[in-house]
Ligand binder design. Sequence first.
Ligand code: ARG
Ligand code: ZN
Length: 843
Amino acid sequence: QTIYLKDYTPFGWRVESVYLTFRLAASATRVLSKIRFAPNPDAPDQRFFLHGENLDPISTRIDGSETTPRAVAGGIELDVPDAPFTFEAEVEINPAANTALEGLYMSNGMYCTQCEAEGFRKITWYPDRPDVMAPFSVRIEGSEPVMLSNGNPGASGDGFADWHDPWPKPAYLFALVAGDLVTHPDSFTTASGKQVELNVWVRPGDEGKCAFGMEALKKSMAWDEATYGREYDLDVFNIVAVDDFNMGAMENKGLNIFNSSCVLASPETSTDANFERIEAIIAHEYFHNWTGNRITCRDWFQLCLKEGLTVFRDAQFTADMRSAPVKRIEDVIMLRGRQFREDNGPLAHPVRPDSFVEINNFYTATVYEKGAELIGMLKTLVGHDAYYRALDLYFDRHDGDAATIEDWLTVFEDATGRDLSQFKRWYDQAGTPRLSVTDDFKDGTYILNIKQETPATPGQTRKAPRIIPIAVGLLNPNGDEVQPTTILEMTEAEQSFTFEGLASKPVPSILRDFSAPVILEHEVSNATRAFLLAHDTDPFNRWQAGRDLALDTLLNMIRDGAVPGTDYLDALHTLIRDDTQDPAFRALALGLPSQDELAQMLHDHCETPDPQAIWEALETLKQVRAEAYQDTATRLYARYQVTEPFAPTAEQSAARSLANAAMSMLNRLDGGALAQKQFDDADNMTQQLAALSALIAADKGETAVARFYQQWRHDRLVIDKWFSAQIVHARPEDAAAIAKTLTQHPDFTMKNPNRFRATLGALAMSGAGFHHASGDGYDLLADWLIKLDPLNPQTTARMCTAFETWKRYDTDRQAKIETQLHRILAAPDLSRDTTEMITRILG
Ligand code: ARG
Ligand code: ZN
């Protein structure tokens, strides 16, 4: 059944304290709870309902007397006094049988939890909703060497450990971990002089992969003090790595739990991209301590309140630690690849949705990444100083609250005096706005005419104009900036902006730094794009000019088999040859739009994308570039070899990414010789995996694939890379068969989400491989989604998004996908998660 934002009512009771005892046993854990409730004077309805799922009831008491609860949908109801009372219960749960990885479960013999969003109800009876906040005391009884929960440690001894978390929190932030763990310890002294004990807990054997994450944590703590004035508030901060985890990581109070792929790092086993991502996720989860935990969400419709803001904060952090332009370009590539795709298909939903069936289906690129873009736009509109003033007020006013988007916007209105009612549409209206731009120049006056339009999305046919901050600069024809970046505030459906006193018609640089998550339609000649690539002062728009040249070239190749034009080839060559330019920027400029982005682009222009033609155009362009740039690639490869010992820094990563881009060009010309040499010599995963990928793509990977496996078969995370590389770099006609063979490999298991994603997720992302005309890719994915759903609904539902673009394609592919969607929907006892996703995708 569907849940609506408009139906929100507060819970009838407040929770004053929670005491939990866990008697650990892998298949029969007992959970004893003692919870003090008091009437909530702000609530109209005092019905006493507690959530609970898959709980074996042992006993229930109210104020010490045994009572029998009434079983109702999703939990229990009880008759309770009209005054404060104590509820006690004992239940039994089975962590060993918990393959959904939600609630308390086992991962490699270790107990761990994942409670966000609604997993606590699988642990014990409780009002499992984020607006019910309480201090928790926890006793863990068991024989595990390490037993952790939230907050500060209390007494511990033979067979037990006590924890107390003084900060009231919702149940979704509860965590428990117990097992044979070792720590990489450190400490941090806060700005006010408080000493905090830090730990990264891992399984024995992984000790050597903790140092980088620990450094990232300390940098995050210092950064949040310096930038937002936020200090840590407990005596300890624990991070735990677990192998079986549905998502990336979780911000449980004082006890963050990470998918091991998002925390364990070493030069031999992690790529530069892995290091950057791990640093960002550690920061993200740490920053949630204030934006998420101290101030949480009133209900799950407000998810973007904590996620959008926290993604924005982690992006600021990465920009400060590394290169701001590189981070911005990477984020926009990701936003267009995932969020625009979502926003322009059947799963489109507002950043703050107004209804859902299963909340786990709304941990989306729209809530997270578009949610972060909204914070960025707010900051642009109010300015740097006012932004931080508003944030101070937010922390001040709402500390300890379960807040809403209205609360958040009111803070900005109060701090700045601005009316943000039009801005709020960004939270309520789904879909990516299109901006179309024309211009005029006369007598020294330059006019930009801009139209905004948002296409209909499911359930929302009409869209009102939004306020859009459009960052614009103007260059004169000799390349000087005559108008530095200024923010145009567009509020109407159509609007003109005037610049006076110009000597000649300028070249506009529009949407600098990608100042709003929109699609910009502006007819620009290739000569102008090349000019902007060479002269724009805004790094993002310089990159965008190169990207537009590449898109134009590729679309012409796909549409009518055109040969790549010299405009693009020459402009890019000039850039990559120029050693005064940042190598990371040059590597990004050499990047090409993904197959999926090209398909979306064609679809936007009312054309039916042919996945095979897209793949071939990309292959041809890469070949043509390799031939045209051979000498440059040879020189760059030598020039950007890193000779110092490996360090996961932005500088070294930049050099390696440019050298590897050169290597993959040369790989097309030398029969794989250079890649093979790099593979043989590599002492770090960035180099080794780049070489392996190049060899597979050139059909020369057989030996390297076998050797890589022999070398890394004891390292799960590296073997995940081995699975996915073979599928992602396969020829389209082979991808499904290779994926199928890999599902029969002894190391394949669908119980581990990372391995499942490395195999079936890789297939789903393989473009022409997944969309091969045979339909084998669709068939294989559907087979496995049907098998996984009874074990792990969350991961199944998430991977259904592979099919969300089906309406773009030809009738034959559409029919094949539709058949698979109906086949999944017909599976017996299909989960609520997957049922909702497939139903929405079918439309
Ligand atoms: N709050 C976590 C994060 O973004 C994500 C956890 C989501 N988990 C889930 N099962 N929905 O950092
Ligand atoms: Zn988050």
